[in-house]
Design a protein around this ligand. Structure first.
Ligand code: V47
Length: 398
């Protein structure tokens, strides 16, 4: 039996837009073993009360990383049981030419650099025929802010993908790209979103949020979509009916308060729109960037950030441990620190690998399944919107 022919599970995963954490009746026995600074926060979590900025500060400051992880894991398991999801997807970076010079980026190129590239529709069509299959669930489409692309180029890109692979879900264009597309179209964003949807856009990825802070924006990505505009754009996208993800790029010059402020801003948007599917903490990779002297974020910092995110973002249905950036082993541990998804097969990844990632460029479905099983979780294949869930019950290759 092939994986795609497996029946859908009889159980639902977490609701697509749950309210604050559900109320838990009896305190689990391990709560009394938590460090004192975590005890009152644990009470709030168990009562379904929302955590404050000060709670978040205490979580980041607590030396009891294991206790923090247990708390986040408790929330994650209450929503997802022992399930961890993955997706059969592939990335498509249609251009690496970018008008911006963000200090964290090793992916961008000027138009005259030898390895600068932009994919035309023939190239995309060829890729769709030779590298994509009908059994894939998602294509993740993002690119640089190319100064020369026309409105029609973006529409043609989507149409070409759908012509070749009509069932492939297109998760494409970050808020920055959407803002750029609206500018070149010289149309209101609402109209552009309607056009993009007609051409095939199904949802949007979470990239480009970086850290929603004016200070960090000014220092690292000045000129790019400012935080308030990112928030305005994402609200408009959600109101148009498109779901998106949200990311946070951490481990560079940001403070923990700036991380928390980022989370609280996302939580506020989610209260209003319910449009976020997943939260994805992204670990900064400094190689080949102007920030390459910065030390790399530790695995412990990544686990702490994932756990704090799970606890603060009480209205986000899912938290992703993006294995490409975390590394395989930390991603496995993260499935016990609040994350319930590890992303997908990916296959061809440039943004992190240009910045020194040592993970593979992609994993097979069997490898993803094995990764999840080794972590003691039950692998469940999902689609982008979590509407089709297929638990793995095949033989995992040894
Ligand atoms: O927007 C850029 C970040 C993002 C670096 O929505 C870097 O499902 C680390 O957003 N080191 C792209 N990070 C990746 C992304 C993503 C990935 C997988 C799934 C989804 C989703 C979204 O990566 C960029 C930027 O925030 N980034 N440079 C770097 N040197």
């Amino acid at each position: 039996m092939t994986l795609s022919s497996l029946p859908s599970p009889p159980y639902p995963l977490a609701p697509s837009n749950p309210g604050p954490h559900d109320t838990f009746n009896a305190s689990p026995s391990w709560v009394s073993d938590l460090a004192p600074e975590l005890q009152s926060i644990a009470e709030k979590v168990l009562n379904g009360s929302r955590l404050s900025l000060e709670d978040g500060q205490a979580l980041f400051a607590s030396p009891d990383l294991q206790g923090l992880g247990m708390l986040a894991n408790y929330v994650s398991e209450s929503r997802n049981g022992n399930r961890s999801t993955y997706i059969h997807n592939r990335h498509l970076n249609y251009t690496n030419i970018c008008a911006y010079r963000c200090m964290f980026c090793a992916f961008r190129r000027d138009g005259d650099e030898a390895d600068a590239q932009v994919m035309d529709t023939d190239f995309v069509r060829h890729k769709m025929r030779t590298e994509f299959t009908d059994s894939m669930d998602e294509v993740h489409v993002v690119g640089g802010i190319h100064p020369g692309l026309k409105y029609e180029d973006y529409l043609a890109l989507l149409r070409t993908i759908k012509e070749e692979r009509p069932n492939l879900h297109i998760k494409g264009f970050t808020m920055i790209e959407l803002d750029q597309i609206a500018q070149v179209a010289d149309l209101p964003l609402e109209q552009v979103l309607a056009d993009l949807r007609s051409a095939g856009l199904d949802s949007c990825p979470g990239g480009g949020a970086e850290i929603l802070s004016k200070r960090v924006h000014k220092k690292l990505y000045n000129g790019k979509l400012p935080p308030e505009q990112w928030l305005r754009t994402v609200r408009t996208v959600h109101r148009s009916g498109l779901k998106t993800n949200a990311t946070m790029l951490f481990g560079h010059i940001e403070s923990t308060d700036e991380r928390l402020d980022h989370l609280l801003q996302l939580r506020e948007v989610q209260d209003e729109t319910g449009g976020f599917m997943q939260f994805i903490p992204l670990v900064f990779h400094p190689d080949n960037t102007p920030l390459e002297r910065l030390p790399k974020a530790t695995g412990l910092d990544a686990l702490r950030t994932i756990a704090v995110s799970r606890l603060m973002l009480d209205n986000f249905p899912h938290v992703k441990a993006y294995w490409i950036m975390l590394g395989l082993k930390i991603a496995q541990i993260a499935l016990h620190y609040g994350a319930d998804d590890i992303d997908g097969t990916v296959v061809e990844e440039h943004i992190t690998h240009d910045a020194g990632a040592t993970t593979p460029q992609g994993l097979t479905e069997e490898e993803l399944v094995q990764l999840i099983q080794e972590a003691g979780r039950d692998p469940v294949r999902r689609d982008t919107l979590y509407t089709h869930l297929r638990p793995w019950n095949g033989e995992t290759p040894s």
